[in-house]
Design a protein around this ligand. Structure first.
Ligand code: BGC
Length: 738
């Protein structure tokens, strides 16, 4: 098709004449997109559809107009169409190995954020990272990861929001909305079922329709409907034999069809293998240097000349990208270099860190520590004299001045620096000294048992910092603490029974020494102010209120797949393409939609610590569960602080039986701050999809009795209330245009 005919075919497909005739509609994002497509020259039609990496690495150059970061898609200045400047940002604007020579506020890890069960805090966290991105010249953040933790050994567990779709989806939606409030596009990722790193560029997930819809896809559905992300990133892996970025059923069928998603689908970096991904729902090829070919460039435009299906997609891809720019306002409020208020953003990170820490054990009220009376404290291990651990890979964030410690993890990959074990400049030792001004504080690095034990023996209390490092690109071989830390903790607890273990982990670890400790605080990767936050909890300035967003297994044999698929055969790394003939199937039909605590409930096994668990320095009583009036179904309960300190509780509501079938499903939650003696009534509306299962092409709620119980965790449930519900069937309703 000659160029001018291609342009008019695109216009006709866009229905532009109609849109232009209706003058008032011209201001909508859709009408503006159509009007611009009309003005694009044929040479400009693929400009927005593929982008490069913007890193001075691996022989690449940073394109003109780009900011050093994950990606860059040029704009069309003559039409006022902005370029897309993209940064990773799961937990803050990514550090990219210091190449940009700046720092950013690091929020605590996703597992920590999810432990807050506090959507408002996630929204505030999103707003600060969106604001920092804006001030650094970015208008797209690759932030909004909502893959479920199906296997806690997944090297990216720390980036995600736990194992439950309702918790993860609602929190992610809030975070996305926060980011976009700064006029920066957020990206829900990695769509979909991208739940391990072993064989990350090629494994094939096998999963039935119902299982997928009720679990991982449900988390995305919630995040998308609540957050309205401008972009969704499709994943590297295959799902039921089709690549994530060329997966017609998932992209055209579920995302754009059933959910009516209006934004654009960008590929993960190096995840595009063929031109026909355009027909299957991919809108933009990212990090094109990593693919064999720039498919969504010349080849796409050439195909559009011959084939009306490609011509229509070419229009639709441009339309989706442009309308997203306008809907989120990156044109009206373009990124602008401006100073960042690290003090106030750090306050938000610290609040998240405090709310996210989970007190797992507190024998005989060993905690909080009395700062004023302790004479000698031994602080051992975990680089606690320097900083707090952060997660590695593309999401790595560091503050100004870079990491306090960077420990190489080996290997000769050009991206090895991205995977170094790095610690933020937030110093727990200093914070402990400040909290216990009269005490002598001894530090031992924990490399030798002898001096650690000697220091513990002569101290009133020993605080062992134990770390579990995780990074994108590699899964954990097992859930043990590395580097002999289990032996260190065992030796220290034997020397001093008043030993507190502070865990800085991306996810669960096994704890063979648990019963010997006085206390265990799960601090996760606690972010920019993690050291201060740890001391605040240990010394009682703040009351722990985090609740686990994922199950801590008692052993790996309790997991749906006791061994990580592929761990025995595949040499995986960040750039891990398949070797010739290499394949890997991962069977998620084993647990289906019974991810995490639902799997333990189904198997009747007791984990080490259940989903939803977390102790406090005060105590709470939640009761009076009853069914509220009206629709949708809502339940009410009252929660009271029965202790003598202020604190926050998380009311958790579980479905225990649905239509006569025994189930375990979180259907509502609310975090409540309470003064001593104070009580509060919470009303939890139940999303109908939580009562239903996926059957055929829609949701099905069987007729029968539905039982609910409040839970202190997924395994400690109160008395049940029952409600009879009729049979109902419905399909997902596509989102109205905004
Ligand atoms: C990761 C994405 C990331 C992208 C760009 C990929 O390797 O899977 O999460 O956004 O790189 O850095």
């Amino acid at each position: 098709m000659p160029n001018h005919l291609l342009a008019s075919a695109l216009l006709a497909a866009a229905g532009c004449t109609v849109a232009l005739a209706a003058a008032p509609a011209l201001n909508t994002p859709d009408a503006r997109a159509d009007a611009l497509i009309k003005q694009m020259s044929p040479e400009e039609l693929d400009t927005l559809l593929h982008g490069q990496m913007a890193l001075p690495l691996l022989g690449m150059k940073v394109p003109a107009g780009a900011v050093i970061g994950a990606g860059f898609v040029p704009g069309i200045p003559r039409l006022g169409i902005p370029a897309l400047t993209e940064s990773d940002a799961s937990l803050g604007v990514a550090y990219v190995m210091g190449l940009r020579k700046d720092g950013a506020t690091a929020l605590p890890s996703g597992s920590a954020l999810a432990s807050t069960w506090d959507p408002e805090l996630l929204r505030a966290g999103g707003a600060i990272i969106g604001g920092e991105a804006h001030a650094k010249g970015f208008n797209v953040l690759l932030a909004g990861g909502v893959n479920l933790v199906r296997d806690p050994r997944n090297g990216r567990t720390f980036e995600y929001l736990g194992e439950d779709p309702w918790l993860a989806g609602t929190l992610d939606g809030a975070s996305i909305a926060g980011i976009q409030s700064a006029h920066v596009i957020a990206t829900a990722k990695h769509y979909a079922l991208n739940d391990q790193e072993t064989g990350r560029q090629f494994y094939d997930v096998l999963i039935g329709d119902a299982a997928a819809r009720e679990s991982d896809l449900f988390a995305f559905e919630l995040a998308i409907e609540r957050g309205q992300p401008g972009s969704v990133m499709c994943s590297y892996n295959q799902i039921n034999g089709a690549w994530g970025c060329g997966n017609d059923p998932l992209l055209n069928g579920v995302l754009k069809g059933d959910w009516g998603y209006q934004g654009f689908v960008m590929s993960d970096w190096g995840a595009v293998h063929a031109l026909d991904y355009a027909l299957h729902g991919l809108d933009q090829q990212s990090g094109e240097q990593l693919d064999k070919q720039v498919w969504l460039g010349e080849p796409l435009v050439a195909a559009a000349r011959q084939d009306a299906r490609y011509a229509e997609r070419l229009r639709d891809m441009n339309h989706r990208i442009l309308r997203t720019m306008f809907a989120i306002g990156i044109d009206k409020d373009p990124p602008k270099a401006s100073p960042i208020d690290f003090k106030s953003n750090g306050d938000v990170a610290e609040k998240a860190s405090l709310e996210g820490m989970v007190l797992l054990r507190n024998q005989g009220s060993a905690l909080p520590l009395e700062g004023a009376t302790l004479k000698r404290i031994a602080v051992i291990g975990g680089y606690a004299d320097s900083g707090v651990l952060s997660g590695g890979g593309s999401s790595q964030v560091q503050g100004e001045g870079g990491p306090a410690v960077a420990r190489p993890m080996g290997g000769d990959s050009p991206l090895a620096a991205l995977m170094m074990e790095q610690y933020h400049r937030s110093n727990p030792l200093k914070a402990i000294k400040a909290a216990a001004p009269n005490a002598e504080v001894l530090f031992r690095n924990g490399r030798y048992l002898t001096d650690a034990v000697a220091a513990a023996r002569k101290s009133d209390v020993a605080i062992v910092f134990a770390t579990q490092y995780m990074t994108e690109g590699v899964d954990l071989p097992d859930l043990n603490l590395s580097d002999g830390q289990d032996a260190l903790i065992a030796a220290v607890t034997a020397a001093n029974p008043r030993t507190i273990v502070v865990l800085e982990t991306g996810g669960p670890v096994l704890m063979p020494w648990l019963s010997k400790t006085a206390g265990v605080l799960e601090a996760w990767y606690p972010g920019a102010r993690g050291g201060e936050a740890i001391a605040s909890i240990l010394f009682g300035k703040a009351n722990p209120s985090g609740r686990l967003p994922l199950t801590f297994p008692a052993s790996e044999s309790q997991l749906p797949r006791p061994a990580m698929p592929g761990a025995d055969t595949i040499e995986t790394d960040l750039m891990g393409n398949a070797k010739p003939g290499e394949t890997l199937s991962v069977d998620y039909n084993v647990e289906g939609s019974d991810v995490g605590y639902r799997w333990y409930a189904r198997q009747g096994t007791q984990p080490l610590f259940p989903f939803g668990f977390g102790l406090s320095y005060t105590s709470f009583a939640a009761d009076g569960l009853k069914v509220g009036s009206g629709r949708p179904l809502a339940l009410e309960a009252s929660v009271r602080n029965t202790g003598s300190r202020s604190g926050a509780d998380v009311v958790q509501l579980y479905l225990t039986s649905a239509g006569g079938k025994s189930v375990r499903r979180l259907v509502g939650y609310q975090r409540v701050e309470l003064a001593p003696g104070e009580s509060h009534t919470v009303t939890l509306s139940i999303d109908p999809r939580l009562l239903a299962g996926w059957e055929g092409h829609g949701w099905h709620q069987p007729a029968g009795a539905y039982r609910f119980a409040l839970g202190r965790s997924a395994t400690e449930l109160g008395s049940e209330v029952e409600v009879k519900l009729p049979e109902k069937r419905w399909t997902d309703q596509p989102q109205p245009k905004k």
